[in-house]
Design a protein around this ligand. Structure first.
Ligand code: FMN
Length: 672
């Protein structure tokens, strides 16, 4: 009998000698917050253990490098050829296994993209890293990069053709790395054959033009990958599960398509235990945002590749990419598109998805909205983070947290993102919480984006948080403007001011004209825009608004006064925005000032001098002014006072939730 709502998702599956308790795997994720010794640490154990605790059937530790002298693309990757990794890796595996999940180690080698080999001193990994390395190419390439063929001017410097003896050495290192994973207690290895890394480079018809037995024909191009699998099998034994991750399609004219993907899968069929079908190539912006589907793509945008491959193979097939909804996952399994669903960012946004889905509490799942702050956290700081799950990175404190010892009366003012998070965290810690919001609903300013098709998960998040607040033991007072007197009448021990900000209106002649509107107002009423829309301000708000309006058929020009955009330097979302703007033909003008707004035009001054541009609608998206004074007026009312979110300084969702969580968590834990 199966009484579960998502029956297919919770059907156990066997691969090799391992039994997986359900069909939800946590896909490979690298963890880079390690110390200078490069060894797995307690935080890493906690990060992966948390996913297993949440009910995933398998949890994969990403980016374990099989041959560190030639294969390392970031400095802080696990080196499978370093015996000092034994205790750390064993702890990671044990942390996963003890919660009933199968621990998997991803075996990888980055080949011609081994950026760290080319430049071991490089510290920047964002779009600028490529620029920096480009600028320093030749001068600073320190190590030798190897790929299937020699390339004079590769992305990270000169690439040498991998000699046969090195090919054989690396094949052997894959086997040894697999044996090491098994020794450390992992129950599966995932061979990384996708995303443009070494195995994919050898399989690629466009990259691998070698003329010896390792390149050229399909059989020759598969030789390396098949030899790697054979070597792994030899080292782990006949029953130990081997998963291989491949790109079903590289989604790029310069890469291979699904036809080739099917041929690759057929060549691997029966030789591995799971065929894990991803997509794209890690090294190009326009395919990186397919590998990690951006918020502009629909959920499950890469399932098609797994579904096609599944028609041609008998090995169980896994799919991955932009999966957040248990009902969709269940349907994927039920309809035979794949046998397993793998979740990446969703396990960061909510590691408890499997448990919640099993309990039929799918509405409580915090769905990943693909803002990609997790990626930029690891890219910029080597720290994993999540905009809507502030407990990420604090797994140890969370796991062993007990309610605060000193119960306080907490007044939270403002029911936006920060205010709701602060109220929820304070209530969870046992405090007596009142939340006042001056409007008639919880959610705050970002509710204005609810009509934006690529922001639907943000709206869902805001509504879910509001529902949690309403069902928690929190005294919610809507339509309540909090004056110092009102606050005083409640006699709080702690005030958390999360008052927000108001839009800044730039002092340009004509700014009060009938064709001028603020970004927030236009988000709410997009029908107010004419055909030609000029947006002032190339920040995230302006650019996303431009995309929203362009999707709605408007012609868009974005004006930015600075000579470059102030976006996230390791911005996967930045890449996605740029890609979308190019696709939609949005005209972005940097170093351009608005001088005058008339009824149907705007006069600008930029690199090409003075111009008059048609503008049926001019939108200002030129920042926010924090409601600091209103907050400061409340600061003396209670013994403890905290100012968070936009009323301190304009900030993003990540910063707002993180600080709200941290501040509310620490209330009642102080020693004085
Ligand atoms: C922070 C982060 C780290 C990742 N690290 C790896 C990795 O080490 N190896 C790998 O094959 N994929 C890695 N991925 C990709 C994921 O496994 C997954 O394929 C991708 O995120 C798409 O799935 P999603 O839409 O569910 O996130 C990483 C993804 C994220 C967000």
């Amino acid at each position: 009998m199966n009484n579960l709502k998502f029956k297919n998702l919770f059907e156990p599956i066997q691969a090799g000698n391992a039994l997986f308790r359900n069909r939800i795997f946590a896909s490979p994720e690298g963890f880079y917050n390690v110390g200078g010794d490069n060894l797995p640490n307690l935080q890493e154990v906690a990060f992966f253990e948390r996913k297993a605790l949440g009910g995933a059937a398998s949890v994969c530790v990403g980016d374990c490098i099989v041959d560190s002298p030639t294969g390392t693309h970031y400095p802080y990757l696990i080196r499978m050829d370093d015996p000092k990794t034994l205790p750390g890796l064993s702890s990671v595996a044990a942390g996963i296994n003890r919660h009933g999940a199968v621990a998997a180690a991803e075996l990888s080698h980055s080949g011609m993209y081994a950026r760290y080999v080319a430049d071991p001193d490089g510290v920047s990994y964002g779009p600028d890293a490529a620029k920096e390395i480009e600028a320093r190419r030749g001068e600073t390439q320190k190590g030798t990069l190897y790929g299937p063929v020699a390339i004079e001017n590769g992305k990270y410097g000169r690439v040498e053709e991998m000699p046969e003896e090195l090919i054989l050495h690396i094949i052997d290192k894959y086997g040894k790395a697999a044996a090491w994973a098994k020794r450390c207690g992992f129950g599966m290895v995932t061979v990384h054959g996708g995303h443009g890394w070494l195995l994919a480079q050898f399989m690629s018809p466009t990259v691998n033009t070698r003329t010896d037995r390792w390149g050229g024909t399909f059989a020759n191009r598969m030789r390396f990958t098949l030899a790697v699998i054979e070597s792994v099998r030899k080292h782990v034994g006949p029953k130990f599960p081997i998963e291989i991750r491949v790109s079903g399609s590289e989604c790029d004219p310069a890469g291979y398509d699904i036809g080739e993907g099917v041929k690759i899968a057929k060549a691997l069929d029966g030789k591995v235990d799971i065929l894990h079908v991803s997509a794209g190539n890690h090294e190009f912006d326009h395919t990186f945002i397919i590998t990690h589907p951006s918020m502009f793509l629909p959920d499950g945008s890469n399932v098609q590749f797994a579904a096609e491959i599944k028609k041609h193979v008998s090995t169980p097939v896994a799919t991955v990419g932009g999966l957040t909804d248990p009902a969709m996952m269940d349907e994927i399994i039920a309809s035979g598109k794949a046998d397993i669903v793998e979740l990446g960012r969703q396990t960061i946004a909510d590691p408890d998805l499997p448990l919640k889905a099993r309990l039929g509490k799918e509405d409580d799942v915090n769905k990943c909205m693909r803002c990609c702050m997790c990626f930029s956290g690891s890219g910029n700081h080597r720290v994993l983070q999540c905009s809507t799950n502030p407990a990420i990175g604090r797994e140890i404190e969370e796991r062993f947290a007990f309610p605060a010892w000193d119960k306080k009366k907490v007044l939270v003012i403002g029911g936006g993102i920060g205010g709701m998070q602060a109220a929820l965290t304070a209530e969870k810690n046992g405090h007596d919480v009142t939340l006042c919001e001056k409007t008639g609903s919880l959610g705050g300013v970002l509710l204005c984006e609810r009509k934006v098709p690529f922001k639907l998960k943000l709206e869902e998040y805001l509504r879910r948080q509001a529902r949690f607040v309403e069902s928690a033991n929190i005294d919610v007072r809507l339509n309540t403007e909090v004056t110092p007197e009102y606050a005083d009448s409640l006699k709080p021990d702690v005030i958390i001011a999360a008052l927000g900000a108001r839009p800044a209106k730039p002092p340009i002649p004509g700014i009060d004209g009938p064709n001028v509107i603020g970004a927030e107002e236009l988000y709410v009423a997009p029908e107010k825009a004419g055909e030609n829309v000029v947006i002032l301000g190339g920040g995230l708000v302006g650019l996303e608004l431009g995309i929203f309006m362009a999707l709605d058929g408007r012609r868009i020009i974005v004006l930015e006064m600075m000579d470059e955009l102030n976006l996230d330097p390791f911005g996967m979302h930045t890449m996605a925005i740029m890609n979308e703007m190019a696709r939609l033909g949005i005209d972005l003008r940097l170093s351009t000032k608005a001088l005058d707004i008339t009824e149907n035009s705007i006069v600008t001054e930029g690199p090409y001098g003075r111009e008059e541009l048609p503008a049926d609608t001019v939108v200002y998206a030129t920042g926010q002014i924090p409601l600091r004074d209103d907050a400061i007026a409340l600061s003396g009312v209670a013994p403890e006072f905290y100012q968070i979110g936009d009323c301190l300084a304009p900030r993003n969702i990540l910063a707002a939730t993180k600080e709200a969580y941290a501040i509310a968590h620490d209330i009642g834990r102080r020693l004085v």
